[in-house]
Design a protein around this ligand. Structure first.
Ligand code: B12
Ligand code: SF4
Ligand code: SF4
Length: 306
């Protein structure tokens, strides 16, 4: 069966999970996304609004998208705690290895090759954080995980330290079932968020999120915009989640992807010394790194605002 074949290739390649859903964004999610933008909660991420017809309706993608294959790849390196836990400033777990966009694109290539060979008349498009689609909504619909109150997708076995990649196709594939929300009465992420960015259950004001402030916000940080010692991204609402620190940790769920291992530069010197980088040292360090989203000036600003 085709769906089983796609899943077995994905697992053989090292993806931890592969699920399938229809290319449909449920009405409640559509409305939530529209409200989010209407209320300006996307801040300076104007690229988010530009592509709403694609995000909500899969329009203008060059073919009629019928199904979406969702892949997940764990990124937490088991050495992370040892390398970073005693440091005074913090660097997010998803960005200490090689650039996940490149790594996942390369890793998923054999799936695309297989599909294109078997179905030469059909269309396939793969992306990770690169196509203007709602990866979390599709992941939730496919049962890759449920959407937690911190708004990340959580899997009952793997926790939430994983990337999501989607393959869009005009093939009509058999879909998987959703899984239930297992947050229950927990509010740990909401209580721990230092900026109150999670202002209500399942609702995030990106303009307050540290990950937005230290990566996506292009204008200068305001005096009251505190990065709470995070130089790149923020992991607090995931670190306090029992599905990560209790369940996944107990099962030793770490990345199996060698390219997500912590780059040696992080082991050679403490993070604090990164603030002395010259522009050329920074450019060198940024090569093949997930930190390529920020400029030298932004990187420096993050140090001085943290
Ligand atoms: C924009 C964006 C951001 C923004 C906004 C974050 C956000 N929550 O949307 C910023 C810059 C802040 C950000 C930060 C991070 N991001 Co980001 N980001 C994205 C991006 C590009 C789009 C997400 C999106 O569509 N947001 C729109 C809003 C409206 O979505 P939402 O908050 O999930 O809203 C839903 C819920 O609120 C729900 N809802 C609303 N009300 C209610 C009420 C109830 C009762 C219920 C049940 C639900 C519900 O409905 C909404 C629509 O579905 C995706 C990639 C992609 N193309 O999808 C990556 C993505 C979501 N990011 C990712 C990651 C890893 C992160 C960080 C962990 C990185 C870091 N360590 O710093 C943080 C996490 C911060 C957080 N708590 O969310 C991963 C998440 C993987 C996972 N396991 O979930 C993604 C999927 C990238 C990838 N391909 O792997 N990100
Ligand atoms: S990533 Fe940090 S700032 Fe953003 S919602 Fe989570 S805890 Fe709050
Ligand atoms: S910390 Fe608790 S409420 Fe937040 S996402 Fe995890 S289980 Fe859900």
């Amino acid at each position: 069966m085709l769906e089983e074949k796609i899943k077995s290739i994905s697992l053989e390649l090292g993806f931890e999970n592969c699920r399938i859903t229809k290319a449909i964004i449920p009405e409640t999610d559509k409305q939530n996304i529209l409200d989010w933008v209407k209320n300006g909660l996307n801040g300076e991420m104007s690229w988010f609004e530009k592509n709403l017809p694609i995000k909500l309706e899969f329009k203008n993608l060059g073919f009629e998208v019928k199904s979406v294959i969702l892949l997940s790849l764990n990124y937490l390196d088991e050495e992370y705690e040892k390398v970073f836990s005693k440091q005074k400033i913090h660097f997010s777990k998803y960005a200490v290895g090689e650039d996940y966009h490149d790594v996942i694109k390369e890793k998923a290539k054999p799936i695309l090759d297989y599909l294109k060979k078997e179905f030469p008349k059909n269309f396939f498009r793969q992306g990770v954080d690169s196509l203007p689609i709602s990866e979390k909504v599709l992941a939730k619909e496919s049962g890759l995980g449920w959407q937690g109150k911190n708004t990340n997708i959580i899997n009952p076995e793997f926790g939430s330290y994983f990337f999501i990649s989607a393959i869009l196709t005009d093939l009509d594939l058999q879909v998987d079932e959703k899984i239930s929300d297992r947050c229950g009465s927990c509010r740990a992420c909401m209580d721990a968020c230092p900026t109150n960015a999670i202002f209500d259950e399942y609702k995030i004001d990106a303009t307050k999120c540290i990950s937005y402030l230290n990566i996506e916000k292009k204008s200068k940080l305001e005096q009251d915009e505190n990065l709470h010692s995070w130089i790149y991204g923020c992991d607090i609402c995931q670190d306090v989640c029992p599905w990560n620190f209790r369940v996944a940790k107990k099962k030793n769920i770490y990345t199996n992807e060698p390219k997500f291992k912590i780059k040696s530069i992080f082991k050679d010197k403490p993070l604090e010394e990164f603030k002395n980088f010259t522009k050329s040292e920074f450019d060198d360090y940024k090569k093949k790194s997930a930190t390529s989203r920020i400029s030298f000036e932004k990187f420096k600003e993050n140090f001085f605002s943290s």
